[in-house]
Design a binder for this molecule. Structure first.
Ligand SMILES: [Zn+2]
Ligand SMILES: [Zn+2]
Length: 117
């Protein structure tokens, strides 16, 4: 299944909010998204191993600029100067960590107990 992105915005909190065509919403912390950058500088092309080092990403990282790439991806420029990452919509959707997506990914695992609040 291919996902289509309707809206992409940076909130005052610097979090990135994506609204999908199916009304689903994904909220991303900029640093998390930066760590999942799919470009050749951050991931070894052959092994698929992530070469990016979390400790080198500043805690205050924010998104500076983003541009659509065709109808399938966005290119993101970060405040640390990194700007080669192209995030496809499908990839962004996979990274969504909301309860709904998280539960779906783990549907084959035994259900977790709800945390007592
Ligand atoms: Zn990268
Ligand atoms: Zn989700």
């Amino acid at each position: 299944m291919s996902f289509c992105l309707l809206d992409f915005r940076v909130l005052d909190s610097q979090e990135i909010l994506i609204t999908w065509e199916d009304d689903h919403r994904s909220l991303f912390d900029p640093r998390t998204l930066r760590l999942f950058c799919p470009c050749a500088q951050c991931v070894d092309e052959w092994s698929g191993k992530r070469t990016i080092q979390a400790e080198k990403i500043p805690a205050s990282l924010s998104l500076k600029l983003w541009n659509p790439v065709g109808r399938y991806a966005v290119k993101i420029s970060w405040s640390d100067g990194h700007q080669t990452g192209i995030y496809s919509f499908d990839y962004l959707r996979q990274l969504c960590s909301c309860h709904f997506c998280h539960d779906k990914k783990n549907k084959n695992l035994p259900p977790k107990r709800e945390k007592d609040s």
